[in-house]
Ligand binder design. Structure first.
Ligand code: NAI
Length: 512
C-alpha cells in the first residue's frame, strides 16, 4: 500500500474547517494539492474557503506570494456538501471537535466512503491516535498529523504513529507535511506527543517558584526572558494561552502519565482558572490588560548602599574570578583570605543548591551572605539580567549592598528569596530533564525532539541542545541538588541525562 504524495493530482479531504482545518487547507493549496473542505455545520466550509482566499489575497497584496501563486492556490480549494464527496481523496485530515467518541464515529463513517488505500489522519492534540484507530476496521491506515495554531506560521507538524499504524502511513504523512512546507517529525503515540509533553517543564516549575514565594510572577518572567533567553516569560505565556486551555492540558498529561511528579500541575493555576483569571482573553490573568495593553509592573530601585568589602566563595573558581572583577570594577575591596573578615559581604555561587545550604556548608555567616546565579545572565553582555538570592537571615543592609554591587555596571538585577536552583537554573533543568526523558522513552529521535520544541514552543534552543550548551553535568548537578533539597522525585534526573552526563557526551547522542 502507498499513496504518491508528490503526485500533481494528489487530493486531500479536510473535515472540520475551524482555525486548524482552514490553516491546513491554506498550506496544502499553496503546495499545489487539491483540497476538499467539509464541515458538519452548514455554510462553515464555504466560509472557511472564503477566509483562506482572503488570507491568500492579502499575502499577494503584500507581495509575499505572486499573483500566479494566488490564482493557483485558490483554484485548488473546493467545498463539498456531503462526507461521501470525499470518496476521491487520497488522504483525509480530521480537524473536528476534540472529543474521542465524535472522532471515532467520524472515522468509522469515513472508512465506508474512502478508497482502501486512503490515509485517515487526525489532528488531535490530546487524544490517543491508537484509540481512534482501534475503532476502525483498518486501523493500520490511521495516523496522527498534529499541526499547531496558526498553522501557516507554526512550521512544524508531528506525525504520530499509533500502535497499529502501518509504517507506510507515517512515511506518507511525513512526506505530506514536508510537501506542505513544514518540518515534519515522527513521534510515537504517547500523551502530549513531543511538543505538548516537552512544554510541561516551563509553566509547572515557574508556578512552583511562585508557589514557594521565591519571587513575584513578573520577576520570574523577567529572569526567564532576560537571563535565560526565552521570548516570553512563563506567566506571559500562560496569560496568552489562557488558563482555560493550559490548565486542562497540564492536568491531562499529568494524569495520563499516572501522576508523574515531573508534570505535576499547580493548585495556584487551578484556583485562578476557577476564579476566571484566565489571561488576556478575560482582561486579567497574572497580569491585567486594559485594551490589550499589559499593565506595567514595579521595578525595585537600585539602593545606594555599598559593601565595605566582599568575599567570594571559591566553590567555582572561574565564577569567583568574574564576581571579583565585578566588585573591583564597582570600586569595592575584594578580600582574598581563605575566610571572610567580620564586615565582608559574602557571595556564594551555587549550582542547584540554595543560598542557605551553600552558606552553611562553607561555614559562612548567613546574615551577611547572598548567592548569585552564575549559570544564567552572568557572563553575558549588559542586557542580561543577574539573579541574586538571600538566605532567610540575610540583613536588609547586606541585601541592598549586594543589589547595588551587581547593578553597578547597569545590569538589571532580580533580588529573590532563597531557592534551590535560583529561578532559571531550576526551570531550565526541568525542561532539559523532560526533553531527555522524551528521548529515553523513545517518543522521538533526539534531533526531532529539538526540532519540534524549537519550532513548536519557540524556546531559544531545543531541550537537548540547551542542556549541551549549559553542560549536561551542570544540569545533572542542579537536579541532584534540588532532589536532595526537596526530597521530591519531580527532580530525579532522567537516565538519558544521567548516562550522557557521566559519559561526557552530547545529550543528542543516540545509542550506537
Ligand atoms: P474549532 O472548534 O475551531 O473547529 C472545529 C470545526 O469542526 C467546526 O467548524 C465544527 O463545525 C466542525 N465539526 C465539529 N464536529 C464535526 C463533525 N462531526 N463532522 C464535521 N465537522 C465537525 O476547532 P479547532 O481549534 O480548529 O481544532 C480542531 C482540532 O484540531 C481539534 O481536534 C483540536 O484538538 C486540534 N488542534 C487544535 C489546536 C488549536 O490550537 N486550536 C492545535 C492543535 C490541534
Amino acid at each position: 500500500m502507498s499513496v504518491d504524495i508528490q503526485s500533481q493530482s494528489l487530493c486531500i479531504g479536510i473535515v472540520g474547517t475551524g482555525a486548524m482545518g482552514r490553516g491546513i487547507a491554506q498550506i496544502a493549496a499553496q503546495a499545489g494539492i487539491r483540497v476538499l473542505l467539509f464541515d458538519a455545520l452548514h455554510g462553515a466550509a464555504a466560509n472557511a474557503r472564503e477566509t483562506v482566499l482572503g488570507t491568500l489575497a492579502k499575502l499577494a497584496e503584500k507581495g509575499k506570494i505572486s499573483t500566479e501563486a494566488l490564482n493557483a492556490a485558490s483554484a485548488k480549494l473546493d467545498v463539498v456538501r456531503r462526507l461521501e464527496d470525499l470518496a476521491t481523496a487520497h488522504v483525509v485530515i480530521e480537524a473536528i471537535v476534540e472529543n474521542l467518541d465524535v472522532k471515532k464515529a467520524l472515522f468509522q463513517q469515513l472508512e465506508d466512503i474512502v478508497a482502501a488505500e486512503c490515509i485517515l489522519a487526525t489532528n488531535t492534540s490530546s487524544l490517543s491516535v491508537t484509540s481512534i484507530a482501534a475503532a476502525c476496521k483498518r486501523p493500520e491506515r490511521v495516523g496522527g498529523f498534529h499541526f499547531f495554531n496558526p498553522v501557516p506560521l507554526m512550521k512544524i507538524v508531528e506525525v504520530i504513529d499509533g500502535l497499529l499504524t502501518a509504517p507506510w502511513v507515517a512515511e506518507a504523512l511525513l512526506a505530506l507535511g514536508r510537501r506542505m512546507g513544514h518540518t515534519a517529525v515522527a513521534a510515537r503515540d504517547t500523551p502530549g506527543f513531543i511538543v505538548n509533553h516537552a512544554g510541561r517543564g516551563f509553566g509547572t516549575e515557574a508556578l512552583r517558584v511562585l508557589g514557594e514565594g521565591i519571587a513575584d510572577f513578573w520577576e520570574i518572567d523577567r529572569v526567564m526572558r532576560e537571563a535565560a533567553g526565552f521570548r516570553m516569560g512563563p506567566f506571559e505565556l500562560l496569560d496568552l494561552t489562557g488558563l482555560d486551555v493550559s490548565q486542562p492540558v497540564m492536568e491531562s498529561i499529568y494524569h495520563q502519565y499516572y501522576e508523574e511528579p515531573r508534570y505535576r500541575p499547580s493548585p495556584l493555576a487551578a484556583q485562578r482558572m476557577v476564579g476566571g483569571l484566565l489571561g488576556r482573553k478575560t482582561g486579567r490573568g497574572f497580569y491585567r490588560y486594559a485594551n490589550g495593553v499589559v499593565e506595567a509592573m514595579p521595578v525595585a530601585p537600585v539602593p545606594s548602599a555599598r559593601a565595605a568589602s566582599v568575599w567570594v566563595s571559591q566553590s567555582h573558581p572561574e565564577w569567583a574570578d568574574i564576581v571579583r572583577d565585578i566588585a573591583t570594577a564597582a570600586g569595592i575591596e575584594v578580600e582574598t583570605d581563605y575566610m571572610p573578615s567580620g564586615n565582608a559581604l559574602c557571595i556564594v555561587t551555587p549550582l542547584g543548591a540554595d543560598a542557605t545550604t551553600a552558606c552553611v556548608q562553607q561555614g559562612l555567616d548567613a546574615q551577611r551572605s547572598v548567592a548569585i546565579d552564575c549559570l544564567f545572565g552572568f557572563k553575558a553582555e549588559k542586557s542580561a539580567r543577574r539573579t541574586v538570592m538571600s538566605t532567610p537571615l540575610t540583613t536588609a543592609a547586606m541585601r541592598d549592598a549586594a543589589h547595588s554591587l551587581f547593578a553597578a555596571d547597569g545590569t538589571p538585577v532580580s533580588m529573590i528569596r532563597d531557592s534551590a536552583g535560583f529561578i532559571a537554573q531550576r526551570i531550565v533543568a526541568c525542561i532539559v530533564n523532560i526533553g531527555c526523558d522524551i528521548a529515553q522513552q523513545r517518543v522521538a529521535s533526539p534531533a526531532d525532539i529539538d526540532r519540534a520544541v524549537s519550532l513548536g514552543l519557540g524556546y531559544p534552543k531545543g531541550p537537548l541542545a540547551f542542556g549541551d550548551l549549559l553542560g549536561a553535568r551542570n544540569i545533572l548537578a542542579i537536579l541532584e541538588a534540588m532532589q536532595d533539597f526537596y526530597g521530591d522525585p519531580r527532580y530525579r534526573p532522567s537516565p538519558w541525562l544521567k548516562r550522557r552526563a557521566l559519559l561526557g557526551v552530547s545529550l543528542l547522542t543516540e545509542e550506537s
